[in-house]
Design a protein around this ligand. Structure first.
Ligand code: GLN
Ligand code: ZN
Length: 759
């Protein structure tokens, strides 16, 4: 048997986010393009050397990017939208970054989620113009590795089916034209690579793990038939990940030289397919066995056993042992995490450690022995130590969870009855105005928090500062004339970290960054133990604010599903259970707010939709427990207490049912970019609970006029009754400046007043 280990891709950000720093200093023009290119080259080569030193046998190129890999391909194929022709003195790089980030007067390309990850890619736009290969940068990267390091690498590209699926700007007919135009360009790039000495070409096709219709399968077959015929000397590795390969019986017969399957996230289905249909003898099988999506150390003995099971079923001669997907979704190395709880640290595995696991598994399959003395027992010990860690044996949490009964997941009475009671109790005007929670995090707010974190400022001094800033904004909100106020979230940097730091079971790393989009990195907390509410987390700030005004101040919390989806989560419990633990903690926080006299409490769930599984048939199961977690958090309140929620980054058209299921008294939605569509779907699918359709985009400093917002409100009146109608911006205002915020909110309030008079 021929065995090789490989990874589908390696993180490009660098151990200390060197990549991010380089990119951003180029944007700020702190370095010349020449220096920047040199820095990028060093990083690229460094990452290859690193993987080589760790023992990767087949190293990938083309996994490195200057911003985003979908954008790289779009530019390589000449898919530059016409509007960028207006750019002054464009160079390749300025056009590239203008597409990514917009320029003074040209809007950026759209950005959206990469499958079910928290990474966001740039959406290529097909405008029907002739395409051609502008610059085969993958060839340059391949040659660079060969010349500088004498390594023959495996170039990777996002495959044609996925690339087209994720692009936009075409209808059914143009789609065929688009595909037909792209195939020769893919062939050209691949043939040039083979000409330069490449043997294997990896084409990443995660879109083949989504549900596929028979027509779509036929398109895939046609693409690969044409493509493979046009690159006769290339060996194509069709790489799938994030789920099992769909339509396995047909697609496993594509005329490619190898197929990579995800045996972590699509394990059950891929195994069933192998059992039923076997694996083509003449192809290489890529066995994705080390999880590229989580941060936990693998039990390499168990992984090796699984690999052996796959080998037995597939019965092939040529095998790649690989990560389940690109390692770009995990941080670089655990070595940087010296101040973590050692039990946790030893049980972590980031990109470099995952490579070491792959090396071990390969060695075991190849020679029936491990390369180090105690590697297996060490990994098992580390996993066991974490499993028996007291942080996972919090009796109070387990007892509380057991005591939960069905009635805890529902409000005492139905919405219509609550609505009448709350109307009486709260006495709000018609078309009440409010905001989503945060106000501008000014330079002063950030500076003061940083000083406090560095202990240059005492806890009391910092609290005093937050209190003053809150008081200033309470006055401003009263002057603006808002009806339901917020405290402004000045004490928070982040929607999850703030709560995680106050609950048990969370850990925070120093450098475990992953890219969210472009150069923006996030450092998700790790939920590694039982989550327990210890003491009030938000009551002081909200109550302090409430004392300053006769108007209502909303309590402001992040919901259980968002906390879960924006963290790395322990894998010894079902996600549902962890969500319920968080929900119970929030339920106690909500009770504490209610007991302190807070009458309106908002529980944000911007990430609820993000957790949707790739396959539609699995949506229901996820939504059932996700919605239940929200309800468990919010259902313990009095009938008079009004629960709000908020969602953004969302397509709501197919999401109205789950939103209704939350049974929140009021929801505010980000809608400015999809207003028409949403109104249309509300027409077909009437919604009866309280709802505020965001009346202006908070991502832009532009101040919309009264008339503009009135227009939006008037349109919304067609589908929303007066009794349920709220008026609010799209999302929190933390990234805005104060003057534009005040001006926009004043216009919003005026628009609502005009509506009151008119309707
Ligand atoms: N309450 C949060 C804020 O206003 C909500 C942010 C979000 O939805 N992403 O900042
Ligand atoms: Zn939002």
């Amino acid at each position: 048997m021929n065995l090789v280990n490989t990874v589908i891709g390696y993180p490009y950000i660098g151990e200390n986010r060197e990549w991010k720093r380089s990119v951003e200093s180029f944007w700020k023009q702190d370095v010349t393009e020449e220096v920047f290119q040199q820095q990028m080259k060093e990083l690229r080569l460094d990452h290859i050397k690193r993987q080589k030193a760790l023992g990767v046998e087949l190293i990938t190129v083309g996994d490195f990017t200057f911003y985003d890999r979908m954008l790289d391909l779009a530019v390589m194929f000449g898919l530059v939208p016409n509007r960028y022709e207006k750019l002054e003195n464009p160079t390749n790089l300025t056009t590239y970054y203008a597409m990514a980030r917009g320029s003074k007067d040209i809007v950026a390309c759209e950005m959206t989620k990469w499958f079910n990850t928290n990474y966001h890619y740039i959406v290529p736009e097909y405008e029907g113009k002739r395409l051609h290969v502008t610059n085969n940068y993958i060839l340059d990267n391949f040659i660079e590795a060969k010349v500088e390091l004498d390594i023959v690498t495996k170039p990777t590209l996002i495959g044609p089916y996925t690339f087209v699926e994720l692009s936009k700007g075409y209808d059914e007919k143009a789609r065929v034209a688009f595909i037909l135009e792209l195939i020769p360009l893919y062939s050209q790039v691949i043939n040039e690579l083979v000409g330069a000495g490449a043997e294997w070409i990896q084409l990443e096709e995660p879109a083949l793990t989504q549900s596929l219709s028979l027509d779509e399968v036929k398109i895939v077959q046609e693409i690969y038939k044409q493509l493979v015929e046009s690159v006769p000397t290339a060996k194509i590795m069709l790489q799938t990940y994030f789920e099992a390969l769909s339509a396995y019986e047909l697609l496993s017969k594509l005329p490619v030289a190898g197929i990579g399957l995800d045996f972590v996230h699509g394990k059950k289905e891929n195994m069933t397919s192998l059992r039923k249909f076997g694996f083509p003898k003449d192809k290489v099988i890529g066995i994705g066995c080390v999880n590229g999506r989580d941060i936990w150390c693998a039990n390499i003995a168990a992984v090796s056993t699984e690999v052996q099971a796959v080998l037995k079923l597939s019965n092939v001669q040529n095998v790649w042992i690989q990560s389940s997907c690109s390692l770009q979704h995990v941080p670089v190395t655990t070595i940087s995490e010296q101040s973590l709880d050692p039990v946790l640290r030893d049980a972590l595995s980031f990109a470099d450690e995952k490579i070491m696991e792959l090396v071990q598994v390969t060695s075991y399959i190849r020679d029936k022995e491990w390369t180090g003395a105690n590697v297996v027992s060490e990994s098992i010990l580390a996993i066991e130590a974490l499993a028996t860690h007291p942080v996972r044996k919090n009796q109070a949490v387990h007892t509380l969870l057991k005591s939960v009964s069905v009635t805890d997941f529902a409000r005492a009475i139905p919405f219509k009855e609550r609505q009448a009671i709350q109307k009486q109790a709260l006495q709000l005007p018609e078309f009440p105005t409010t905001t989503i929670g945060s106000f501008p995090q000014s330079a002063e707010v950030k500076k003061t928090r940083a000083a406090w974190r560095k202990k240059q400022l005492s806890d009391d001094e910092y609290a005093e500062f937050v209190k003053k800033e809150t008081a200033r904004w309470i006055t401003l909100q009263e002057e603006i004339g808002l009806d339901v106020l917020v405290h402004g979230e000045f004490e928070r940097t982040d929607m999850v970290e703030y709560f995680g730091e106050k609950l048990t079971g969370f850990a925070f790393t120093e450098k475990a960054w992953v890219v969210s989009y472009g150069s923006r990195c996030v450092k998700p907390p790790i939920i590694y133990g039982d989550v327990e509410w210890k003491k009030p987390m938000t009551v002081k700030e909200v109550v302090d604010a409430q004392k300053l005004t006769q108007k209502y101040v909303k309590g402001m919390l992040t919901g259980p599903v968002t906390i879960l989806n924006w963290s790395f989560v322990r894998d010894d419990l079902p996600r549902e259970t962890v969500a319920n633990q968080i929900a119970l903690a929030l339920r106690q926080e909500i009770k504490a707010l209610e007991d302190s006299g807070i009458a309106i409490i908002q529980v944000d769930e911007p990430a609820l939709r993000e957790g949707l599984p790739l396959r539609k048939e699995n949506w229901k199961q996820y939504l059932t427990w996700a919605v239940n977690a929200f309800k468990l958090a919010t259902s313990g309140v009095q009938n008079e207490t009004q629960i709000h929620t908020h969602m953004c980054y969302c397509e709501f058209n197919d999401f109205i049912e789950p939103i209704r299921a939350l049974d929140a008294d009021v929801i505010s939605l980000e809608t400015s970019r999809s207003h028409g569509e949403l109104i249309h779907s509300l027409e077909k699918n009437p919604y009866e609970l309280g709802i505020g359709l965001g009346v202006y985009d908070i991502h832009s400093p532009r101040v919309p006029s009264v008339e503009e917002m009135e227009g939006i409100l008037t349109d919304s009146l067609a589908v929303i009754e007066k009794e349920q109608f709220w008026v609010n911006p799209d999302c929190g205002l933390k990234t805005r400046q104060e003057p534009e915020t005040v001006a926009a909110l004043k216009n919003m309030v005026t628009a609502a007043h005009k509506l009151r008079q008119r309707v």
